[in-house]
Ligand binder design. Structure first.
Ligand code: B12
Ligand code: SF4
Ligand code: SF4
Length: 224
């Protein structure tokens, strides 16, 4: 199989989307030799089963690249929870969202998440960095959120500022992570749920809701 065949191979093995990126500008010196990224997304919430599937896809890419003699660094989906090994120290040097925008899979929405035009923010991501000369896809330059601000208005913790991302200005203050984090922690305590994810569920991308609206009608039990 040729290098470009890796994409189809990963899709066949269960990936929803796969993109290749050239990521020199986002690489720290320690890993600057691994200047190509394979960004892999699956259309699922990030739960234990999704982590298993993404782990299997990482293994598939790893075997493929190793057999061809290339170097690689597989960054797992829950990289923040893995520590104690030399390789785990490298994980925090590169982010899944950078690989995803650079490989054309989507932009960063007002909710701070990677938004794919077809699957919206519902993709869970992993990344393989490599020195294999993969032909890069076109990076995404601008947000396509447009006038939509649904996630900003409806985030229960008020964590989202409504700022807009672009590749030229990739780190605006999109989200107050402490608000998001404490809301999630409380919701686990109160409702027994481990997460929130409202900013995923409300996004019209990947759903059939018009994007030119700032409001949503919420029907509660007893409403007409
Ligand atoms: C720590 C963490 C959290 C923390 C804090 C978030 C944070 N600081 O980012 C908390 C607990 C709050 C959290 C919450 C959630 N998280 Co979280 N989280 C992470 C984690 C482990 C690290 C993120 C991080 O450090 N970000 C640092 C910020 C500054 O950088 P960043 O993420 O790369 O984002 C910027 C850059 O990518 C930049 N950028 C984009 N393109 C380019 C291109 C270039 C060239 C450059 C220079 C920069 C650039 O734009 C982004 C915005 O500024 C990642 C997994 C990972 N290893 O990446 C998951 C991850 C971001 N989380 C994810 C998810 C799903 C969630 C939740 C929905 C979970 C839930 N169900 O509640 C919420 C959503 C909250 C929200 N609206 O963002 C997914 C997002 C998937 C997606 N479609 O985007 C990830 C990628 C996990 C995964 N493997 O899929 N999370
Ligand atoms: S996960 Fe919930 S609290 Fe956090 S930004 Fe999204 S909607 Fe807001
Ligand atoms: S809900 Fe609207 S503003 Fe928020 S990320 Fe989705 S398209 Fe962008």
């Amino acid at each position: 199989m040729t290098l470009s065949g890796l994409k189809q191979y990963l899709i066949k093995e269960g990936a929803t989307v796969v993109g290749y990126a050239e990521v020199d500008e986002a690489l720290p010196a320690e890993i600057s030799h691994l200047n190509r990224a394979v960004s892999i997304g699956v259309d699922r919430n990030l739960n234990a089963d999704t982590i298993r599937i993404l782990g299997k896809l990482l293994k598939t890419a790893e075997t493929f690249l190793r057999d061809k003699g290339f170097r690689f660094l597989c960054i797992p989906p829950d990289s923040d929870r893995i520590s104690g090994t030399f390789v785990s120290k490298l994980y925090k040097l590169f982010s899944h969202k950078v690989a995803a925008t650079c490989s054309g899979l989507g932009w960063i929405g007002r909710n701070g998440l990677l938004i794919n035009p077809r699957y919206g923010p519902r993709l869970s991501l992993v990344t393989v960095l490599t020195d294999a000369p993969l032909e890069p896809d076109f990076p995404i330059e601008e947000s396509l959120c447009g006038v939509c601000r649904l996630c900003v208005h409806l985030c229960p913790s008020g964590a989202l500022s409504g700022e807009e991302w672009s590749r030229e200005n990739p780190f605006p203050e999109l989200i107050d992570f402490s608000k998001c984090y404490s809301y999630k922690a409380n919701s686990r305590a109160v409702a027994g749920k481990p997460n929130c994810g409202f900013c995923i569920n409300i996004c019209p991308y990947g759903r059939r809701i018009p994007r030119d609206t700032n409001t949503v009608r919420v029907t509660v039990e007893g409403d007409e």
